[in-house]
Design a protein around this ligand. Sequence first.
Ligand code: SAH
Length: 431
Amino acid sequence: MNVSDSELMAGILTRSGHQTVPHLDDADVVLVNTCAIRENAETKVINRLKHLHHRKRRHPELIIGVCGCMAQHLRDRLLDAAPYVDLVMGPDAYRDLPVALDSLARGVESHVSLTDRDPFVGLRLDKNEDYADIAPIRKEGIRAWLTIQRGCDKMCTFCIVPFVRGRERSLPLKLLVEDVEKLVDQGFKEVVLLGQTVNSYHNDRADFGDLLYAVGEVNGLERVRFTSPHPADATDSMIDAMANSPTVCKHLHLPLQSGSTEVLERMHRTYTAEAYRTLVSKLRERVPDISLTTDIIVGFCGETDAEFMETYQMMADIRYDSAFMFKYSEREGTLAHKALPDDVAETVKGERLKQIIELQENISADINNAAVGGTVAVLVEGESRRDADRYYGKTDGFKTTVFPKADSHIGEIVNVRVHSTTAHTLIGQKV
Ligand code: SAH
């Protein structure tokens, strides 16, 4: 989503006559696009800003901006910690970027001293802002990110997203299909639909399943993916499209968060562990060979050993292809921060995380090993970083696959017989 928002900002700024430069050292303006989801994301940003500050000491005319969720989340505190920041702009205010840069540049021209210059702050959240008219500037490639929905209405107690990205709003279906047609014309082969709870998409009477079908039918498009859906919005309409549209990939990233119904309740996830298991059975029945991945949080407020073990057991039973696993990180302003103590010791969180990572690594390796001897369809993305004689690409189920180039080329789908695997990669030969 951050990549997609950066492309949007590049679109807005390019339209008003600015241009991106390949090297940081050539830039007059540096915008740091940020995430607020966990504390370590914020720590990374502060370190990046310190680094930029060194450059600004030598080049006082350099304009430094902080954009995105952390800007929205930390506002004044960010300016206290990094007073050299010229611009703070949240996710619904990017239209003001050109005006902000103009006014800051005027300050630079009139030699207003650095300390006297007021930062430009744009933090209004606007439930009508969907940037529908802005054409993002994308890097050339095979895969394009397409934001179909902004904001979030779910209110999970651990999550900062609704507070920094505002209310949920969907873009018009017709416009999105036209966008995908343009992307195909530009040479993209795969589109990833993006939204915070992407499958709660709705536009007039169309739902997410309708959108998947419509996008899947665009001529010349090889693959459609999406991230991240919410289990409570995994409707039959979505499952139908995954089962029946040949373009829609049979890969679902389905964040579980916890395998304990009590913890899920404290998280306000709106489903039980049992309902999630039933959904997984239905998905596996209706979409054979579906690859499932997930997000897990350990050490959420009040999580007991027994509740944690329910998560462990659920991961062992479901056997995800892969998982993103996190220690709970309390975020100021969330419902949990206000109402539930962050009472699981850091060491316990660390130990639990270690246990599920080990479990998941073994499961992922087993699933990969089971692919040996079989053939997978790989959309070729580019040259392998480690070996110039090989290409890499993804399977329909989103597994990275590496194989000798031979007579294949970037952008085509090739059948690869898998002969071996590493921890996260399939290795094979074109057949
Ligand atoms: N709306 C997206 C959320 C993106 S954040 C979705 O539902 O998929 C990606 C993941 O970060 C979440 O699924 C969750 O597992 C994790 N996460 C969010 N807030 C967190 C927090 N406060 N501490 C730890 N992990 C968190």
